[in-house]
Design a protein around this ligand. Structure first.
Ligand SMILES: C[S@@+](CC[C@H](N)C(=O)[O-])C[C@H]1O[C@@H](n2cnc3c(N)ncnc32)[C@H](O)[C@@H]1O
Length: 333
C-alpha cells in the first residue's frame, strides 16, 4: 500500500450535512488499493445518517438509549428485517472473524473427527448486506485473514457471518464441515437453511445448547451482551471448554467507569480458573477516541499449539497496531 501523508491516513469524525449530531468515521480519503469488487460497492451503498444515540461500534446495552440505527442498501426491502444492534463488519467482527478463521484452519487440520463440528448458539444471519462503512473499513485494512476469506461475499456486496467464514476456513483442511446454528430471531435462523452442512438446532435459547457440555471442535459464544451476562453463562461456558475450544466475543466497556472495570476484572478471574488454556485478543472499538474495546477470549481443554498461538498473536497485533497508530498523530491545520 503506498504511503501518503499522515493527515490522509487519520480517520475523522465528521458531521453529515443536515444530520445533527450524526457521528461517522470517514475514511473517504484513505489510501487504499482496493479490490475493484469492494470499491464498486461504495457507489451502491449510502448512509441515511445516524441519530445521536446510534453510534458506530457502540452496542452498549446499558446506556438506556434506543439504538435505532438504520442503513440503506440498494434493495430497500432488505432493510426491514435488519433491526440489528450493531453494524456487521465493525472492528469487533474483524477481530472475531480473524480468530475464528485461524482457529478453524488449524483445528480442522488437527482433528480426526469427521466432519469438523462448529457450534454457534447465537449465530445471527448467514450473511449481511455490506454497508459503505464496512466496505471502506475492509478496503482500508487491505489484507489479512478476514479480508481474504470474505472476498467471495464482498464480490456480491455481502458480508459472511462468522459461521460461514469458519466453514470456508475449515474446508481448506477438512473434507466435511457441520455448522450447528441457532438464533432466537426466526428470520436470521431461516437464512441458514440453504447453507451446505448447516444444521438448525432445536432450542428455546442459545443458552440451552451450552448446557451439558459439547462435542463440537469449536464453539462461538457471541450474544450481544456477554459483558452483562457472563455470570449467568459462565458455568456452561467453562463446562463446554473442558472438551471443546470456545471462542467468546466481549464488548469491553471498562473505560466507562469503575463498576464496568470491576465487572471486567471478575470476568477475567473467572476465565483464568477455567481448565486448560485461556488467551485473549483486544482492539479498540474505534480508531478515534475509543470508549470501549472489542475482545475475543479463547478457552479450551489443553494448551494451544504453538504455531496457532503465534498466528493469533501476529494477526491481532497487526490489526491493533494499524488501528492505534492511525489515531496517534494528527495534523489539525
Ligand atoms: C452478535 S449477533 C451474532 C453474530 C454471529 N455470531 C456472527 O459472528 O456472525 C448475536 C445474535 O444473538 C441472537 N440472540 C440474542 N439472544 C439470544 C438467545 N438467548 N439465544 C439465541 N440467540 C440469541 C440475536 O438475535 C443476534 O442475532
Amino acid at each position: 500500500m503506498p504511503l501518503r501523508r499522515e493527515r490522509e491516513e487519520t480517520s475523522k469524525e465528521t458531521r453529515k450535512p443536515g444530520k445533527e449530531n450524526s457521528y461517522l468515521l470517514s475514511y473517504s480519503s484513505l489510501p487504499v488499493a482496493a479490490p475493484s469488487s469492494v470499491a464498486s460497492t461504495l457507489s451502491v451503498f449510502s448512509w441515511r445518517g445516524w441519530t445521536p444515540s446510534s453510534r458506530v461500534d457502540d452496542m452498549d446495552g446499558s446506556d438506556q438509549e434506543q439504538r435505532a440505527w438504520s442503513w440503506r442498501v440498494e434493495e430497500r426491502s432488505d432493510n426491514k428485517a435488519l433491526g440489528l444492534l450493531y453494524e456487521p463488519g465493525n472492528w469487533g467482527d474483524v477481530l472475531k472473524g480473524t480468530w475464528a478463521i485461524l482457529l478453524a484452519r488449524a483445528l480442522a487440520r488437527q482433528t480426526t473427527d469427521t466432519p469438523f463440528h462448529y457450534l454457534d448458539p447465537f449465530a445471527g444471519s448467514a450473511t449481511y448486506p455490506l454497508t459503505a462503512s464496512a466496505a471502506s473499513r475492509l478496503e482500508w485494512l487491505g489484507s489479512g485473514p478476514f479480508v481474504i476469506e470474505q472476498a467471495r461475499w464482498l464480490a456480491k456486496n455481502e458480508l459472511a457471518s462468522t459461521g460461514l467464514l469458519v466453514r470456508e476456513a475449515a474446508l481448506s483442511s477438512a473434507a466435511e464441515v457441520t455448522l450447528e446454528v441457532f438464533d432466537t430471531d426466526p428470520r436470521r435462523l431461516e437464512s441458514w437453511k440453504d447453507t451446505p452442512g448447516a444444521q438448525i438446532a432445536s432450542a428455546s435459547g442459545g443458552e440451552d445448547l451450552l448446557k451439558g457440555g459439547s462435542t463440537a471442535n469449536l464453539v462461538l459464544v457471541d450474544p450481544y451482551d456477554l459483558f452483562d451476562r457472563w455470570r449467568e453463562l459462565s458455568p456452561s461456558i467453562v463446562d463446554v471448554a473442558r472438551s471443546s475450544w470456545v471462542l467468546l466475543y466481549l464488548y469491553n466497556k471498562s473505560p466507562r467507569g469503575a463498576g464496568y472495570r470491576r465487572n471486567y476484572r471478575d470476568f477475567r478471574e473467572r476465565l483464568k480458573s477455567a481448565a486448560g488454556e485461556a488467551i485473549l485478543g483486544r482492539v479498540p472499538s474505534d480508531l478515534f477516541l475509543p470508549r470501549a474495546y472489542h475482545e475475543v477470549v479463547l478457552i479450551g481443554p489443553s494448551t494451544l499449539p504453538e504455531e496457532l498461538s503465534r498466528d493469533l498473536l501476529r494477526a491481532t497485533k497487526n490489526l491493533a497496531c494499524k488501528m492505534s497508530t492511525t489515531g496517534s498523530f494528527e495534523r489539525l491545520s
